[in-house]
Design a protein around this ligand. Structure first.
Ligand SMILES: [Zn+2]
Length: 73
């Protein structure tokens, strides 16, 4: 994941995905396992809180899911 493409699920109960572009600073937050970070989609300027999530493999946490969209004033 070096090109900044980030495709978290839209929610824990959804299989739809966002297609986001992240800068290097935000990409550094995205990893396997348990994590949570506020990131900015460089395509839209929108900010999201995202966390690590289980994929379809047992005990694997390589996926990501959006917790909420952050509204900035
Ligand atoms: Zn996985």
């Amino acid at each position: 994941m070096t090109n900044g493409l980030f495709t978290p699920r839209k929610s824990a109960s959804s299989n739809d995905r966002y297609e986001m572009k992240l800068n290097a600073e935000d990409m550094a937050h995205v990893r396997r396992g348990r994590w949570k970070a506020d990131i900015t989609d460089q395509n839209t300027g929108k900010r999201y809180t995202v966390r690590g999530a289980a994929c379809s493999a047992p005990r694997c946490l390589c996926d990501a899911v959006v917790v909420k969209e952050l509204v900035c004033n």
